[in-house]
Design a protein around this ligand. Structure first.
Ligand SMILES: NC(=O)c1ccc[n+]([C@@H]2O[C@H](COP(=O)([O-])OP(=O)(O)OC[C@H]3O[C@@H](n4cnc5c(N)ncnc54)[C@H](O)[C@@H]3O)[C@@H](O)[C@H]2O)c1
Length: 402
């Protein structure tokens, strides 16, 4: 199939290009290199070195024997986007090209406005460009499990049956997002659902959990083919951040009691799920929602797992609880469905321990790079708009005995 990846230079985009090429798909994509700039803006850099795009494209050609059709350009430039899609005529469009950080969107008014403008208008442009340039193409839109928030009931995949005053209907499940970034994804979901209804587009809205991992097998041993991996408070997701902290001997920064439960999945599972989705498109006019994660864990469970695996390879990992800079529930009910992808053949990895071991070993090679940025590991972006460094509320050296 011909697959267009919006945001191909990012953490997931660069890995997906390789996963698809290894399976015979033809890949094109765009990027504006914003992620590189945002990480620099917040004072950090990727733990794994990120090579220039020409170097990446050359390494890709050498490994897969095929080229990526790449054009530098912004999704907010509608003329650029529409003509690229018209030229390439993709079967599927995977849309990653958004600002993906909750804390970044909460820094101040300018960052909140930038996030919603970039994400909502960029996604709206993708919908219009598909309608005008390739209306049969399947849009795979990256949303997040964070759109649902943490309701005190089970979470279905997008829709649920409701009975109200004696009448029944199947309606979108309520969204209760927890940051201006997460709300941008909710707005995208509404626009995507509407475009499918009025224009007959076909789309899969992926409610993805938190991804972690330093590699997929398709990357081989070439360092140029590795995806980036961030560990700062904005762009470092939980397990990625913990592993970077573990290798330099910095205490893992758990926010609050660490009882926040989320769906997580290794990078290799994310690639498997996205490929299954691409290869099994919905029918014209259909808008479907997939919850995409391997398993639910509390953040504390994952911190202990990093600690245990770290000690197996000789690392002394401490865990500290910090006052939570975010406004979120520390302990809550969480039971989301994830049947659609399983029904299409997704086989969850389940071996999170093995994945964390690979990550720690990969990241040990970049210990010096992570240490250079040690001073940015404790968060200071607060949901009330202030900047105040989090303080330790509890020191816990080892896991409590169960
Ligand atoms: N990584 C995760 O754990 C995770 C979890 C759930 C959802 N997601 C979603 O998946 C998508 C990809 O995530 P990621 O971790 O690869 O993020 P990323 O920031 O590494 O990748 C996004 C890429 O899109 C580019 N981009 C952003 N806005 C653009 C624009 N207007 N025009 C052109 N390029 C633009 C960036 O430069 C970046 O390279 C995001 O939408 C994110 O919200 C990610």
């Amino acid at each position: 199939m011909k697959v267009f990846i919006a945001g191909i230079d990012g953490y997931l985009g660069w890995a997906l290009a390789q996963y698809l090429a290894a399976r015979g798909h033809k890949v094109a994509g765009n990027d504006m290199f914003y992620r590189r700039q945002w990480v620099e803006e917040v004072g950090s850099h990727s733990a794994i070195p990120v090579y220039s795009l020409p170097e990446r494209l050359a390494a890709f050609r050498a490994r897969f024997g095929t080229d990526i059709l790449f054009r530098e350009g912004d999704l907010l430039d509608y003329t650029f986007l529409k003509s690229f899609l018209a030229d390439f005529q993709p079967d599927a469009i995977v849309h990653f090209a958004e600002m993906p950080s909750a804390p970044y969107s909460m820094i101040d008014q300018a960052h909140a406005a930038f996030t919603q403008h970039n994400n909502v208008i960029g996604s709206l442009n993708v919908l219009w460009a598909i309608k005008e340039a390739c209306p049969q193409a399947h849009l795979i839109k990256l949303g997040t499990m964070g759109e649902y928030g943490t309701p005190n009931v089970d979470i279905p995949e997008g829709f649920f049956e409701v009975e109200f005053r004696g009448r029944k209907d199947v309606l979108p499940f309520p969204r209760q997002a927890g940051s201006f970034y997460h709300w941008s994804k909710v707005h995208d979901s509404n626009n995507t659902m509407f475009a499918c209804r009025i224009w007959g587009l076909r789309a899969t809205d992926i409610m993805q959990g938190v991804v972690f991992g330093t590699r997929i097998d398709e990357m081989g041993e070439d360092p140029i083919l590795r995806s980036r991996l961030d560990f700062d408070q904005c762009f470092g997701t939980a397990v990625n951040r913990f592993c970077c902290q573990a290798v330099i001997g910095h205490p893992l920064t758990l926010y609050g009691r660490g009882g926040q439960t989320r769906g997580f999945l290794p990078l290799r599972d994310s690639m498997q799920c996205l490929t299954i989705t691409i290869e099994n498109p919905p029918k014209a006019g259909e808008y479907r929602v997939f919850n995409q994660f391997e398993e639910c864990y509390t953040v504390e469970e994952l911190a202990y797992l990093v600690q245990e695996v770290g000690s197996e390879i000789g690392l002394n990992v401490e865990i500290h609880h910090y006052d939570n800079p975010r406004t979120e529930q520390d302990k809550h009910y969480y039971n989301p469905d994830r049947n659609h992808l399983i029904n299409l053949g997704y086989q969850p990895t389940h071996d999170v321990r093995a994945e964390v071991r690979i990550m720690l070993q990969d990241l040990l090679q970049h210990k010096a790079r992570i240490m250079e940025k040690e001073d940015i590991l404790v968060p200071d972006i607060r949901w009330d708009g202030s900047r105040r460094r989090s303080f330790i509320i509890d020191e816990q050296r080892v896991a409590p005995q169960s």
